[in-house]
Design a binder for this molecule. Structure first.
Ligand code: BCO
Length: 581
């Protein structure tokens, strides 16, 4: 499928001698909020122009590889051409318009970047989702968003087709595939014949750009809507200090394209600096492949969840050198800067990584609602375990449940000031849910729901959540999503799903299950596997309970509400007593 892409521009190897550092389309200050902004025209096309003028180095804008040896490299000029074609396909062939919703469920393939930017050029609101989604998850997303279009991969065609008839707004189905699928438009064929000339919309900063689905404590995932501010934010000087990327940098953000971390770390951040986005297809996560890739390609920055670094550290590496009878771990030849976010990195993991690679891991913090809003900037003094400082223009404070600012070293909620001014880059609202939006507004602040403290130097310290949300290896999981999946199985009378500590994934999903009478005598090991498989088949598999405990009853309040907190606290106190006997 990449033949055409390969043939698209054989001339990419044109050499420029210059390596641009510290320049870019950043003509704004930290507190600026221009009326108009569009990531495609203000950032991508800027760098395409710089290339035309010979003012950008030779590195591609996007460098994609897979384990079969396929490779794609596109310059910004090529990206401009291809994303204009995509914009024309979306508008002219599919009849989509500014403000329409498009579900974007693709693996790490170059088309994900083309569709995202194509949407930005046209004002179509893209809604990324992981390819782990199953039919029911997709149905919910399409119905809740009234999506008019979906772009997905061949393997998800049957899942989408099984629910499409229940999605009245869905008019266009585009597939990225080598094969034709009945009722689907073929993405690659369409862009080949589309015109490369397109006039980008003159979007206002307030115009919606993307929606990210994010799990809550109850019910179905909420739709966090972002405007162009999410992309604009990366252009301000404070945000540029975060990774301090140069046009010669090659950054590999390993996040699945379904998460906001990928939109920011694999697209907005690097391209704002004119740097190269490196992508490995990685259909299955394998720490050995990550290690190989970091040795093979001239990657200078990595961004991944702590679980990824942890899994690399925990695997048996083959990259050792024997020196004076000692085995020393080889260092990655070009890697200079590592960042991590999505869950907590433990101080000892930071130390181990430093010992093995000679590099420091810089923590970032954010949510689907906030993008990256707090971080240990490149070059900043690291306080191990801290998530760093607020990134302007976000004013982050520790607040109580009424929105009062708490003094340093006092535990509270991490809050972002929204009054008198809501900063660009913070989500606009939960789509179609004013009550959920109101729930997270707390006085003058957006209440993240995350517990934290701040010290006298302005460093924030993430403590966790005091609600039932589970953060398993960087995935935010609502317990109800797993409980609803479990109860569909005839063996489950009722269940309670909570977070449980795990040495590899930080936390994992644990299910306490009360069995129906018919299954009481079943082999528990077999039943555990069957239930895990069941959850994997009815909802996105990353949510499946890696731990299962069968119990005669669940702890409940007098009104019959399950006491998840009690179960969760038991899990964590067991860990503490195991660590400190
Ligand atoms: O471990 P198992 O093999 O039992 O199960 C795994 C997969 O094998 C399985 N699976 C995946 N796709 C499947 C499937 N099963 C059936 N059908 C499919 N289509 O399901 C389980 C999935 O678990 P996983 O994704 O955790 O798998 P894995 O391979 O162990 O990956 C490890 C990590 C660390 C790479 C992964 O957990 C990960 O990517 N974590 C990071 C998530 C992340 O990026 N979070 C950031 C969110 S954005 C944010 O926080 C804001 C920051 C600004």
């Amino acid at each position: 499928i990449y033949k055409w892409f390969h043939s698209f521009s054989p001339s990419h190897s044109q050499k420029h001698s210059m390596t641009t550092a510290g320049v870019g389309p950043q003509r704004w200050n930290d507190y600026d909020s221009p009326e108009k902004f569009n990531f495609a025209s203000d950032v991508l096309d800027y760098w395409a122009q710089m290339e035309e003028e010979g003012k950008r180095g030779p590195g591609p804008a996007l460098w994609w590889v897979n384990s079969q040896g396929d490779e794609i490299k596109w310059s910004f000029q090529e990206l401009r051409n291809l994303t204009c074609r995509v914009a024309n396909v979306l508008e002219k062939t599919c009849g989509l318009q500014q403000g329409d919703h498009l579900a974007l469920i693709l693996p790490r393939v170059p088309e994900w970047w083309l569709v995202s930017v194509g949407c930005i050029r046209t004002g179509i609101i893209f809604m990324p989702g992981t390819t782990q989604l199953k039919a029911k998850d997709i149905l919910y997303r399409l119905q809740a968003s009234q999506a008019k279009a979906i772009v997905t991969t061949g393997s998800l065609v049957p899942e989408v087709d099984s629910v499409a008839s229940q999605c009245s707004a869905l008019k266009t189905k585009l597939v990225v595939s080598d094969h034709s699928h009945e009722g689907w438009l073929n993405f690659q064929s369409l862009i080949k014949s589309a015109s490369p000339h397109h006039t980008c919309i003159k979007s206002k900063m307030k115009d919606p750009m993307a929606i990210f689905f994010t799990s809550g404590t109850t019910g179905y995932p909420k739709m966090a809507k972002h405007n162009q501010g999410l992309a604009f934010r990366s252009s301000v000087p404070s945000c540029r200090k975060l990774l301090n990327l140069k046009t010669s940098d090659i950054i590999w953000c390993m996040s699945d394209p379904g998460w906001i971390l990928a939109t920011v770390g694999c697209m907005i951040e690097p391209w704002t600096s004119g740097a190269t986005v490196f992508i490995h297809h990685l259909p299955q996560f394998d720490p050995k492949v990550i290690e190989e890739v970091l040795f093979k390609y001239p990657i200078t920055q990595s961004l991944a969840a702590p679980s990824v670094y942890r899994m690399i550290l925990q695997q048996k590496s083959t990259k050792y050198v024997a020196l004076a009878g000692l085995f020393l771990w080889c260092r990655f030849p070009t890697l200079e800067h590592c960042s991590t976010g999505g869950e907590s990195l433990l101080p000892e993991e930071y130390e181990q990584w430093k010992l093995r690679t000679g590099l420091l891991i810089h923590q970032i913090y954010g949510q689907s609602e906030t993008g990256i809003c707090c971080a240990v900037f490149r070059g900043m003094k690291i306080k191990r375990g801290s998530i760093g400082k607020a990134i302007l223009p976000f004013d982050i404070q520790i607040i109580d449940e009424k929105g009062n600012i708490l003094p340093p070293n006092t535990e509270g909620y991490l809050g972002i000031r929204i009054k008198p001014t809501r900063p660009p880059g913070l989500f606009v609202e939960y789509e179609n849910s004013p009550e959920k939006t109101a729930e997270v507004e707390c006085g003058d602040f957006y209440n993240s729901g995350d517990r934290a403290t701040v010290d006298e130097d302005g460093y924030f310290w993430f403590l966790g959540r005091d609600d039932d949300i589970i953060n398993a290896s960087g995935y935010r999981i609502g317990p109800a999503e797993v409980e609803n999946a479990l109860v569909e199985h005839p063996a489950v009378a009722e269940s309670a799903v909570v977070s449980s500590p795990d040495p590899t994934r930080g936390e994992v999903v644990k299910a306490f299950i009360v069995l129906t009478p018919e299954f009481l005598s079943h082999d528990k090991e077999e039943l555990t596997k069957e239930l895990q498989q069941h959850v994997k088949s009815v909802t996105a598999p990353y949510k499946y309970p890696r731990k299962v405990e069968f119990v005669p009853e669940l702890p409940k309040t007098v009104t019959g509400k399950i006491k998840r907190k009690e179960l969760r606290m038991k899990e964590f106190s067991q860990k503490r007593s195991a660590t400190n006997p």
